[in-house]
Design a protein around this ligand. Sequence first.
Ligand code: SF4
Length: 360
Amino acid sequence: MKFDEILIEALDRPITKDEALILFEESQRPENYLRLFKAASAVREKECGDLFRLDGWMGNNSECKIDPPCQYCRRAVKGQVMEKWEFGPERVRTIAQAFKETGTTTVEIGGGTDPEGAGPSVLRILEVLRDEGLEVWVNVGPALEEEHIREMKKMRVEAITSSFETMNPQIFREIKPGDSLEKRVNLAHMIDENDVPLISVLMAGIGESYKDRVDHLFYLNEMKNFYQLAISWLRIVPGSPLESKIVPPTPLEAARTVAIGRLIIRDKYINVSDPQHLQLWVMAGANRMVHAGASYHKKGGFSIAGTWVHPGVDHIDLGEGFEITNLLPVTSRQIEGAGMEVEPSVKKAVETFWKGKVAV
Ligand code: SF4
């Protein structure tokens, strides 16, 4: 089938593996990727509506014990460590209330892979955030036991993440030499078998083939409780082992993967954690982001994969050198400008924020 015929068919039904492969191979030229994005946006609108969710982030709840660190991680830069931030119950309650002030309804609890500490730590945080009425999803690598998943389910966690990045075993070993694809796949199945919604990440541009990407997308989509696809792309942290060894892809490679993913997974969330190219993700068919809303951070802004993110326009000082960095007053306007809606609580909080100020 030809490129344009596949896009027309895709408006009414999920594409096949062969069709996905053709779309990857033939969407590198602007006239074709623009047509691909148009089809992906139409499918998102038809299957998911026009809501775009901007989740909060509360990370560093556990140290990462993966050794050696993943080659693309800032932990792989000499002298860089990933700090663990302390969250006692009262502190979590204060953070939750600050999130709610921004209109945030949903928070990611993130952290490194610590098989001993991550599960219990997430459960303590989750209990308070749920008690405060926030939706929560969890992302702490292959560090959870089945008992943790069951406890989280009892607390009505929105979803739990198990990311593979790639399902090509050789590339996984090269790029994540201290990690285990098998453990990550097993965790994903444990989440699925416990009927908990599953989130998983595909990282584009680490040496995988288009066929690897297509197989990966279909593998995830066939899992019963697959709920959210997250797409990232390789970014080289200065000073990391990958510097000068691999040419990283452009964000467009991730956007083409988002769009083709949308034509496969149809009505599920697609998330890209990158506020700097927000309009690109909207155009490609995404409908959810983290790090583009309210995030708990040390004061002074934050970086994603070594790239500094603008420091936000709203800051809620939480003491001890931390704050909620709130990008919602800007990013919600960008979403609405692109013709989508944000959650009503976000809209209301942003309107209050801009009252009396010069809006963007
Ligand atoms: S699992 Fe995550 S935090 Fe740990 S080394 Fe890999 S990329 Fe870094």
